[in-house]
Design a protein around this ligand. Sequence first.
Ligand code: ADP
Ligand code: ZN
Ligand code: ZN
Length: 751
Amino acid sequence: MEKFADIVVPVARGVFTFRVEEGMPLRPGVGVEVVMGARKRYLGIVWRLHGEAPAFRTKPVERLLTAEPLLTPLQMRLWEWVADYYLCSLGDVMRFALPAALKPAGLTEDEFRSEAYRPATVRCLRLGEGLADEEAFRAACGQLRRAPAQEALLRRVRERLAGADGAFVLRSELGTSAPLADKLVARGLLREEVRETAACGRPAFRPEEAALAPLTPAQEQARQAIVASFASCGTTLLWGVTGSGKTEIYLHLIADVLARGGSVLYLMPEIAMTAQLVARVRRAFGDRVIVYHSKCTDRQRAEIYRTLLASPGGELVLGARSAIFLPIGNLRLVVVDEEHDASYKQAEPAPRYQARDCVVWLARQAGAKCLLASATPSIETWVNARGGKYGFVKLTERYGEARLPQVQISDSQRAFRRGERRQHFDKLLLDSLGAVLERGAQAILFQNRRGFAPWVACEPCGWVARCPRCSVTLTYHKQRQRLECHMCGYVMPLPHQCPQCGAPSPQLMGLGTEKIEEEVAALFPAARILRLDRDTASSPSRYRAIVETFERGEADILVGTQMLAKGFDFPRVELVGVLNADSLLNFPDFRAAERAFQLLTQVTGRAGRANARGEAIIQTSQPEHPVLRRVQTLDYEGMVAAQLAERSLFGYPPYGKLIVVTLRHRDATLVAEAAAWLAAQMRRQFAKRVFGPHAPVIEKVNEESCQEILLKIENGLSAATVKTALSGLLAAVADHARYRKVFVFCDVDPQ
Ligand code: ADP
Ligand code: ZN
Ligand code: ZN
């Protein structure tokens, strides 16, 4: 018998070896209680059992906590892959991937236990002793002659159970007759039992219950092409214009898989998770759908995790990026909607993973098919699909009578010179908005900054309000009448005079959604206006309320940030206005052009979703910018070609791989020193592939200073070898007498 166990614990260092006492039946994946350091207790996961005694004195495993493994073998391999690929520890993966409620931790045994997850239970009812027997049942009904409602319920329950042994109904399924059931329990004619929800099993999927719309010929053709592509390429890209009905295609593919007992993982960006799309999927598949995103409570997450762990398959999980870590049995299909979306990449904390890339790996390991879909695919995916690594299917027409919107570009500076601009609206947009309101249609106005004024400045002396903790300007929020930091949440009142020179009333500069709302209300006093951004949609219910009000046509104009770009389908929207595209175009990043194209195509794609032909107007001071021209002509391929030409010159993805090493500490001098030291070490190993150190765009966040070192690895060089060498250097920082206090981490494939 093996005497030692390598156990993963949710701390940064990750894996530790413990002694296994005689007779403790451990196996990989089960949860155990271990004590770390002097006395802190954790739930650990047994990773490997072996007989290799380590050099140090081992502590014993305290207790076995779960008879069954908490992870499937496939999940264990996923964790290992993620830790390896994204340069973090298994402990980091565990901290993030396992729901908090399944990972008790505490200083004393009591604390540990009281924190431990108690599974949710349900009340179940079965027939009273002996009542499966016809005779006895008739006698029982005889007792109920004066209580016909109870008798009817008893008969209903018996019919439902159809004499099946051990069968039960959920008390909640009885709806309003549940109180009657209690009376039957009191008489001993029904028996109540409390069971763990996860152990109750889930009813099998009945294909005839799925509410699917029939596909159009173009959609059906795309569906068949996807199925054919799956036969040779496990991963396939569906390139379908906005409004082509990609969702309907997924729903058909999903129904097929469920009907055969397979499970489906359907990923969408976090923002879309609270919107109409979820409702559409629920309409198709009802309660079968398991929805998993960041707004779920700890308890709900743990419950979902348990339910899936107990299920052999046939599940449909709809989730944001973290859903890739769920134990989904018999996974047959993965759908990644809006696969280009940056929110699939986690920036903080570790693991800094890209869910789309992980899931391509996961699907291949599980032998499942993977569908990546977008109107504006990421360049990486596009290259994989066009290069034959992935399958490729396209859908070029919108559903029904809908046409793609006509996109116009408005030169704001010219409008200003000609006196054809009122506040932040060019004449073109104003006229169009007026006409839309006149005919009772709806409009969307997009500006990618929330608040009223993104910065506040003093004209005479040049003072600008900045966050004392971060290197960013403070945004003025008019409704809340204060300045706020969008990085750390710092707030302060708007000063009445300049703190530097004493001049009165600093100027409110720049343009946020709150200001647009105010301006448009003044320009069109009769219009009903809603605003959708992180301030107004502070909870899922407020978010839904705004979306539904607009959907019902109880508002004419919806003003918002990029929250509007995803997963929306408002048939009455005939105009989309982009107030200022400049900030998107000027972003200092090699992906800026790609991102701007994607965002503008998605936003303008909200127009003209039903019968009418939609219209989109983009205001800018750079009307000749090639990205805007390509948005206008719907020239995705032209954008890709231009970007590829540029990236190949500089070795950016997909021609090379990037890893950013970030160092962080409150002491700016120490960080700079440590960064210079690490960069020098890296140069010895990787020579000219190392760039920096340099301060990132936002140098200081929450009083911590940052330095970054960029590592650019050309294709053809083994990324695995580079990572091994890099891990060695990071360990050297962690052991360095002076620099060990500096927090260092890697971001592999940064977005
Ligand atoms: P995409 O995701 O490709 O942008 P959607 O899936 O949101 O497009 O579809 C756009 C609109 O067309 C939605 O209102 C959708 O319900 C409708 N639609 C698409 N295909 C069909 C169909 N086959 N039958 C009925 N309605 C459809
Ligand atoms: Zn701040
Ligand atoms: Zn001043």
